[in-house]
Design a protein around this ligand. Sequence first.
Ligand SMILES: [Fe+2]
Ligand SMILES: [Fe+2]
Ligand SMILES: [Fe+2]
Ligand SMILES: [Fe+2]
Length: 388
Amino acid sequence: MQQEFKPFEEKGIEINKQYKSFDSLVIKKPFDKKETDAYTKCRIVLMNGLENASNITLHEMARQTTDYNIKKALSMIRRSEQQQQVAINWLNPADQTVLETTITFEQVAVDLTANVARNEPNLEAKKVYDFGLLEDFDHLLRYSYLLKMLEGGEATILLQGKTELKDGRPTWDEHRHPYDTMMQHYQRTDGIKTKLNALTVTAAEQQTMLYYREHGNAYKDNLARQLYAEIAEIEEQHVTQYECLFDASWTPLERLCLIQVNEAYNYFSCMQTETDDRIRKIWEEFYYMELEHLRIAGDLLKNMEGNDIHSLIPYTISPLIVFEPNKEYINQVIRETVNWRPYDMRFVNRDQLPSDWASFAYEEQVRGSGFPSQIITDRAKREWKMAA
Ligand SMILES: [Fe+2]
Ligand SMILES: [Fe+2]
Ligand SMILES: [Fe+2]
Ligand SMILES: [Fe+2]
């Protein structure tokens, strides 16, 4: 396995040659939900999220310029991004339930964020990842109860023993006033890894948030619908806290370059770590597509803003994003940070919060007759004697 990504070393696939017919775009054999490695599924969820984030951001950029050279280039790249997204997302099989997919979404949130946190050079940003990590870790447990309750499924089987199922920061303790989701941003002088980490995790969380909002109505059971609504709101908090990490001084074209290099970096990471040969070929092809998106972005940056892409992106980026078990790391984060709460753009221990902490009042406002995550936990303990 190569340990470093070198974004300028190889040539990509020419953009006009990237567009596919629908019969080649839709890969004939989706993955087998029982046989496929849990981390292969995680990579599929992650890359689907990155593609959607790229697509949405490039639309937003196009709406903020009247320059047709930029609009045309963005639409060329975007067409390719949307095909990549469909190809990847259609790898999910039709017999996979919304809840089974949800378990993979939270496994991504746990093991991706842990990998990012472990390799984050900016110590303030690392705290934000550690903090968010324990909340998604807890979602995994609450959804596992729902899976058992509605479908008789076992999340431990889906997780294949790679990710633990136990309490993190309890979901009902995660509700916060919007002001308490504000975080300090990194600086322009921070290294590339810090910038790519924030893009990657924000894209994954955004996809999770949208998935819960779109699919939380798939179940008849009212408690299931409420649990999705509750956790979707926490994911909204997560997107807010992670996007706060961005240094917003980038020009739109600098952002475009960072988004494209991040896609290439993530596909390269997937390619280096994928255990399923068939899927690895997809990562490889899409990696070469991204190198071309990056080249187009770099040309725009030079022609429109007179800026050299090498002032922004180094020749070597490491380490790669790797999906692997992080049990020990997560247990350490639980021990050290489970009582952290965000206050005034930093983390303090729960017992240090002032009595007028905005989130106390917010929590009361949204509690109603009880948080769904708490109700399902009580039920799990009662009915199945599950540890919680
Ligand atoms: Fe892409
Ligand atoms: Fe989550
Ligand atoms: Fe999350
Ligand atoms: Fe791209």
